[in-house]
Ligand binder design. Structure first.
Ligand code: CIR
Length: 264
């Protein structure tokens, strides 16, 4: 500018993504029956998912492909961000442990982050970690054990976060059953939650695929096109809702949150 002001630029927003593995159809299943996965369609849906992020100003960084790690597309489970603190996880499924190494390399390449990790015998999947302001709800699920929760609590307490552990037995991850609107209201499917009363402000949604929202930008949310009634309900609350078809990932117990990690 003429008086030497630096031009104002929107801060860079980075989202990590990871291209689907060739053996995607062999991904872990816990609560669903195995269905035929159309891998060509999955690739197309993944492209559209990434495009939806880019259209809202996100820069996507691809973690190196892991063609033989079936669940590697679900990158959310491998690292959780708390401001500039990145916590690498210790995935609870044996088949998913090797996913973390390449994610760590990618995260180390992003300047300004502090990196910590959950260590075995602790296990923790990022899908079990629901951040609402300075409260961090963690599902004690088949993937996340007491030691993993204990380690996360030790890492986060000095940073001013309260870690609230939540028994979780009816769905794969806590975020398969509940996520949060930008105003902090937790939305979810009561039938998939062990203890809804733990949440201070809870709104039930009409469809199980409607529990997951990703905040794209102020007032804009990304949701699955499998939950039209929920999308309409949330649009009615004053949010702009962008939907993407992720049917092939839903067959593998994935949702909109798990296909990316919003770094900042
Ligand atoms: C798994 O069972 O680990 C994958 N098939 C699905 C992971 C979905 N991740 C998530 O909801 N955060």
């Amino acid at each position: 500018g003429i008086l030497g002001y630096a031009p104002r630029r929107a801060p860079r927003r980075i989202a990590l993504v990871r291209i689907p593995a060739s053996n995607l159809a062999d991904g872990q299943l816990t609560h669903l029956e195995r269905q035929v996965v159309d891998t060509a369609l999955a690739d197309e849906q993944w492209d559209n998912y990434c495009a939806a992020l880019v259209a809202e100003g996100w820069e996507t960084i691809e973690v190196d492909a892991a063609p033989e790690l079936a669940d590697s597309v679900f990158v959310e489970d491998t690292v959780v961000m708390f401001g500039d603190l990145a916590v690498l996880t210790s995935p609870g499924a044996e088949s998913r442990r090797d996913e973390v190494e390449a994610v760590e390399r990618t995260v180390r390449g992003i300047p300004g982050l502090t990196i910590e990790r959950i260590e075995r015998p602790g296990t923790l999947d990022g899908g079990d970690v629901l951040k609402v302001g300075s409260t961090v709800y963690v599902g004690a699920s088949s993937r996340t054990n007491a030691e993993g929760i204990h380690q996360l609590r030790s890492l986060l307490t000095p940073h001013g976060y309260a870690v609230v552990a939540v028994p979780h037995t009816k769905a794969l991850h806590l975020k398969s059953a509940a996520t949060a609107l930008p105003d902090g209201t937790i939305i979810g499917d009561p039938a998939l939650l062990d203890a809804v009363s733990l949440f201070p402000r809870f709104l039930p949604v009409p469809e199980p695929e409607g529990v997951a929202v990703v905040e794209l930008s102020a007032g804009s949310l990304l949701m699955s096109s499998s939950a039209p009634e929920t999308a309409a309900m949330i649009a009615g609350l004053g949010y702009r809702v962008v939907t993407v078809d992720i049917s092939e990932f839903e067959k593998l117990e994935g949702c909109v949150t798990c296909l990316s990690v919003r770094v900042r």
